[in-house]
Design a protein. Structure first.
Ligand SMILES: [Ca+2]
Ligand SMILES: [Ca+2]
Ligand SMILES: [Ca+2]
Length: 210
C-alpha cells in the first residue's frame, strides 16, 4: 500500500508539473501568546466540520478515513490516494504525536496547543509550504496554473464544508481575477493557521461559523 501511494504521488508530480519558483513561504513566526477569540472560533468551526459524529473530538477515522472517502466523490481515485497520504502524514504532525502522547482523538483546545508546537516546526523546516503545495497540486485537476472555482469547490467537499464555494473562493482569490494561483492558495492556507484577527481568511476551509 505504501509503495502504491509513493507511486501515485510520483505520478501526480510527473503529470502535473507546475511552477513553484514564484511561491515563497508565507508562514510567520508563531506566537506563544494566548490565541485570539477569532482564532479559537475558526479552529472550533473547522474541527466541528470534520467531527462527523459530533462528540466534540476529532479522531483519525474522521480526519483521515472519512475525509479520504469524501475525496473519492470529488476526485479521480488516484488523486484520492494522494489525499490519503497527505492526511495520514498530517494526522501525525498535527493531531497525534509525542506532544500529546499519541492520543487517538483531540478536542479543539488540545489541538490549538498542538498547533503552537507544530507551527513553530513548520516555520523552521518549510513543511507547511510543502503541505500547501501538495493540496494545490491535488485539487488542480486540469494541471493548469491555477485553481478554478469548480476545483476549489471539490476541496471544500473534501473538507466537509456546508458553504457555497464562492464565499471562501472569493476571500482566497486575493486579486479578484477569478482564479486562485499557487501563491494565493499558500497565502490563504497560511493566513488560516497563523492570522489571529482576520475574519475573511477564516473561511479558507469553508467553515461557516466565524
Ligand atoms: Ca468525533
Ligand atoms: Ca486548475
Ligand atoms: Ca487570483
Amino acid at each position: 500500500m505504501k509503495l502504491l501511494i509513493i507511486v501515485q504521488v510520483a505520478v501526480l508530480y510527473a503529470t502535473c508539473l507546475h511552477d513553484v519558483k514564484g511561491r515563497e513561504s508565507t508562514t510567520e513566526e508563531s506566537s506563544n501568546a494566548e490565541p485570539s477569540a477569532l482564532f479559537k472560533r475558526k479552529m472550533h468551526a473547522y474541527l466541528t466540520q470534520l467531527d462527523v459524529n459530533k462528540d466534540g473530538k476529532l479522531d483519525k477515522r474522521e480526519y483521515v478515513d472519512l475525509t479520504t472517502e469524501r475525496s473519492r466523490q470529488a476526485l479521480p481515485s488516484w488523486r484520492s490516494k494522494v489525499v490519503y497520504a497527505i492526511l495520514s502524514a498530517s494526522w501525525g504532525t498535527w493531531f497525534s504525536n509525542e506532544h500529546n502522547q499519541y492520543k487517538q482523538s483531540v478536542t479543539v483546545d488540545e489541538w490549538i496547543e498542538l498547533l503552537k508546537i507544530a507551527n513553530a516546526n513548520f516555520t523552521s523546516n518549510s513543511k507547511f509550504s510543502e503541505w500547501c503545495e501538495d493540496w494545490f497540486d491535488t485539487i488542480n485537476l486540469d494541471c493548469g496554473e491555477d485553481i478554478s472555482v469548480d476545483e476549489f469547490g471539490k476541496f471544500l467537499v473534501i473538507f466537509h464544508s456546508a458553504l457555497p464555494p464562492e464565499v471562501p473562493f472569493n476571500t482566497t482569490d486575493q486579486d479578484g481575477n477569478g482564479v486562485i494561483t499557487g501563491q494565493e492558495f499558500a497565502n490563504g492556507c497560511a493566513q488560516f493557521y497563523y492570522n489571529q484577527n482576520d475574519p475573511e481568511t477564516a473561511f479558507f476551509y469553508g467553515s461557516p461559523d466565524n
